[in-house]
Design a protein around this ligand. Structure first.
Ligand code: ADP
Ligand code: MG
Length: 794
């Protein structure tokens, strides 16, 4: 085989590698071999892109390419050759110190599969060895502290505090583990309720540990419940030692904190010398960011707090910046390519409606209508999210936008999540449209066959200008002559596909313009990410004359005071909502509560003086409508209901909202419910009835409700309390990516900055095709930043 001479000719150093190291086309080349590396590009077949390496008669050969930082393997049979993954993508199993068993653990417990995964698993906190507290100096209810103490004794206690003998322990009978630990200043108790066995075996008398936790007072003594426990020598050399998330399985499997530190150290040593920065130099300079190599080293092994903060900032910025870059890039591409139906004029219908309005539009409404007009005129498809608090007047904006479509020879539809709401929209919109002569129709699940047939015909021949309805209007049988605009109200109530289906209702090639409205204010940072490729308009001003809604929390002991208050209000001619939680439609208990509550109220507010209506999801549509109408028309004083009234229903004369078991509602739901009152000019009230057992977090929600009426403030708080993934109103869409280090709740400032900067970069290089931006383009191709096209599916 003459190929051997090729090798000699080029003097390629090679190395015999134990066959066992090859697995799934991955090998590890020790760092000291890299200096012998050659560029494999020399052997690339330009036509096929396949690399051919000379066979040199050895069993297994490995070569390292120091241009691409790749590893290569020569198979033992022939000269064909497989290229290895980048070091970051190397299977963690081949990292020195890991092996198949630990690799399996790391994968199942922490989701770590590659060296890169390991390096991007950052410590969630750091042990600051410079600040170890003396036991005698601990103040009760201090924030988290750290002590360094020796175990004196450990006792296992049963359910009643009775000691459990330590030999032959049945751990399932043990209620808690009480450990007395001491330093040279004093002693204290450390308590565990979970993971007792593991801790019991570990915390043997005489052993020294670092305990990290929050001290609490128990009786006259201070103790620490479930502190984190680290070995005192569990550290690198820095002042700050990273602590990684761990599980019992990991620890018992030998992947302790110490081992994690060691593995990360090994991985850093291997990867960093060859690591290319993900951000171009000029960005590092312009934004004052530290290089990736520095950031990765410091996030794992900080030398001091300042370096750690620089590293953290760099990694957060990078994450948010790449995310925004990806979102904005898509938006640019879409706005360049998506042709929209041009709507150059305002039209007569718009003007007729506008001139007959019973009130002046608020400045915010005017501004938003102007933004929408500009979109509609642009010749590109509009994809706009309109956020506005409950009662801010979004319906009017929807109607005027729909009339622009009609004025340009198109049709429009307004889709609402419930039958009740659709009917109300229909009633209101019909009123506004009276002066315009535009024909409007209502299509819901309960529209009869004959009416439905008529509506279908009217839509197809174009005589119906505006269609209002529920999901029913996206059914396949509904065909428009020329749908120009689709409005989706309370969009978070819908599942995933309505928007996509609306897109497809467009005729003649162009999709309709889309306006999505939501009264669940989404914090700005979240909106930027969730709807990163949508344009966002905000109505941040209420129609004039609103009085604040007085919000109070009542315990059960104030129920009679509540009834008296309701009677006073009814005597003044006002109406009252009483809402019961219905978390799952199927939950029997909730219905029983509702039913009992209804009976109690009927007992307290008897006929003929009082009339009580009830609405819930198990009624037929006729029953629901009958009851809703009775309340809306003022024939009933009290409406007892589940949350069906949450969205949109407008009864200006209702001045009291009573929310039963308020602690069971989420913040945004409470806010929505409160928004049902305060619509008229009278003073109004929201009474939060709470149960006996209220968790800390629920209590915080109720307190927040009493503190502010600003939906955006509440949304921000909600996000801080629950984390963005759980935000109400966003479950369906979910976050486009999972963030590794940045937090939408806490890093809003970095996010705004990153977004502006991403916008600026794309301005100069919309396709990221300039060589200086090559690394950005390649980062965006990674799974993490492959954001789905939310404009079509959210
Ligand atoms: P939401 O934004 O919650 O959908 P609506 O569109 O239902 O709010 O409006 C709430 C109420 O405010 C309605 O009764 C509507 O007629 C009234 N309204 C809307 N805009 C104005 C305005 N500019 N001035 C006075 N009242 C208004
Ligand atoms: Mg509304």
């Amino acid at each position: 085989m003459g190929l051997l001479s090729d090798v000699e000719e080029y003097d390629i150093p090679f190395r015999k590698v134990p066959a066992g190291l090859f697995q799934d086309d991955q090998v590890l080349l020790p760092a000291d071999e890299r200096k012998h590396a050659v560029s494999l590009d020399r052997y690339r077949d330009p036509a096929s892109g396949v690399q051919h390496l000379p066979y040199v008669g050895e069993e297994n050969l490995v070569l390292y390419d120091n241009l691409s930082h790749r590893l290569a393997k020569i198979t033992k049979d022939f000269i064909t050759f497989v290229i290895m993954a980048e070091l970051m993508d190397m299977n963690i199993q081949f990292l020195s110190g890991v092996g198949p068993r630990r690799a399996a653990l790391l994968k199942s417990e922490l989701g770590i599969e590659t060296v890169g995964d390991l390096l991007h698993t950052y410590p969630f906190r750091y042990i600051d060895r410079s600040s170890v507290q003396k036991i005698a100096e601990i103040i009760p209810d201090q924030a988290f502290i750290q002590i360094r103490a020796t175990v004196r004794s450990a006792r296992l206690l049963g359910k009643k505090g009775d000691p459990v003998p330590a030999d032959n322990v049945k751990y399932n009978l043990v209620n808690r583990l009480s450990v007395i630990v001491a330093d040279d200043s004093g002693e204290m108790e450390v308590v565990f309720f979970k993971g007792i066995k593991w801790m019991h075996l570990r915390l043997v008398p005489g052993a020294e540990f670092i305990f990290f936790g929050k001290p609490t007072v128990f009786g006259s003594r201070i103790n620490m419940v479930h502190p984190e426990v680290d070995a005192p020598d569990n550290a690198g050399t820095g002042v700050l030692t990273g602590v990684y998330s761990s599980t019992e399985k990991l620890k018992t499997g030998g992947v302790t904190g110490k081992v994690m530190n060691k593995l990360v150290g090994t991985a850093l040593d291997m990867v960093l010398p060859a690591l290319k920065d993900t951000l171009p130099d000029y960005i590092l300079k312009e934004k004052g960011l530290v290089p990736l190599t520095f950031a990765l080293r410091q996030i794992h092994f900080p030398t001091d707090r300042y370096s750690l903060s620089k590293a953290t900032y760099r990694l957060k910025f990078e994450e948010l910046f790449l995310l925004q870059l990806s979102l904005l890039k898509q938006k640019f591409i879409r706005s360049r390519s998506s042709v929209g139906i041009p709507m150059p004029k305002v039209g007569e219908a718009f003007n007729a409606c506008y001139n007959a309005l019973p009130y002046e539009l608020t400045e915010a409404q005017k501004r938003v209508i102007k933004e929408i007009r500009e979109d509609l005129m642009s010749g590109r498809q509009m994809n706009r999210l309109l956020q506005g608090d409950v009662g801010s007047g979004k319906t009017m904006v929807a109607v005027l936008s729909a009339l622009i479509a009609v004025g340009n020879g198109c049709q429009a539809c307004i889709m609402a999540p419930t039958e009740v709401l659709s009917q109300q929209h229909f009633a209101n919109v019909s009123k506004y449209l009276a002066p315009t002569g535009v024909r409007v129709a209502l299509l819901t699940g309960s529209t009869g066959v004959t009416a439905r047939r008529e509506i279908h015909a009217g839509l197809e021949d174009g005589s119906i200008g505006i269609l209002i309805g529920t999901h029913a209007l996206i059914e396949d049988t509904v065909r428009f002559k020329r749908l120009g605009l689709a409005v989706i109200d309370e969009q978070h109530r819908f599942g995933v596909d309505p928007r996509a289906r609306l897109w497809s209702k467009g005729t003649g090639g162009a999709p309709p313009h889309i306006l999505v409205m939501t009264a669940t204010p989404i914090p700005r940072t979240l909106a930027m990410t969730l709807y990163g490729d949508l344009d966002v308009s905000v109505i941040d001003e209420m129609p004039p004359g609103r009085k604040p809604v007085v919000t109070r929390q009542f315990g059960e002991n104030k129920r009679y005071a509540l009834y008296r208050f309701m009677k006073d209000q009814i005597a003044l001619g006002r109406q009252v909502f009483v809402v019961y939680p219905l978390i799952f439609e199927s939950e029997k208990v909730d219905y029983q509560n509702l039913q009992r509550g209804y009976e109690a109220i009927v007992g307290e507010f008897p006929l003929p003086d009082y009339k009580v209506a009830i609405v819930h999801g198990q009624q037929t549509n006729d029953e629901k409508n009958f009851n809703m109408d009775a309340f809306a028309a003022g024939r009933a004083d009290i409406l007892v209901s589940t949350t069906v009234i949450e969205v949109g229903v407008d009864v200006p004369n209702a001045s009291v909202m009573v929310i039963e078991s308020a602690e069971r509602f989420g913040l945004s739901q409470l806010h929505q419910l409160r928004g049902r009152v305060g619509r008229g000019s009278e003073a109004s009230y929201c009474i939060l009835m709470k149960g006996v057992k209220v968790s800390k977090e629920s209590q915080r929600r109720l307190d927040l409700m009493c503190e502010t009426e600003d939906g955006f403030v509440l949304a921000e708080e909600d996000m801080k309390m629950r984390g963005p993934g759980d935000m109400e109103g966003t479950q369906q869409s979910g976050l486009p990516i999972s963030l590794n280090i940045a937090s939408l709740a806490h890093d809003g400032q970095i996010l705004s900055d990153a977004r502006l900067y991403a916008d600026h970069i794309l301005d100069g290089d919309p396709d990221l095709s300039k060589p200086v931006n090559a690394s950005l383009a390649s980062e965006l191709r990674k799974d993490k930043y492959l954001v789905r096209d939310y404009s079509k599916i959210s």
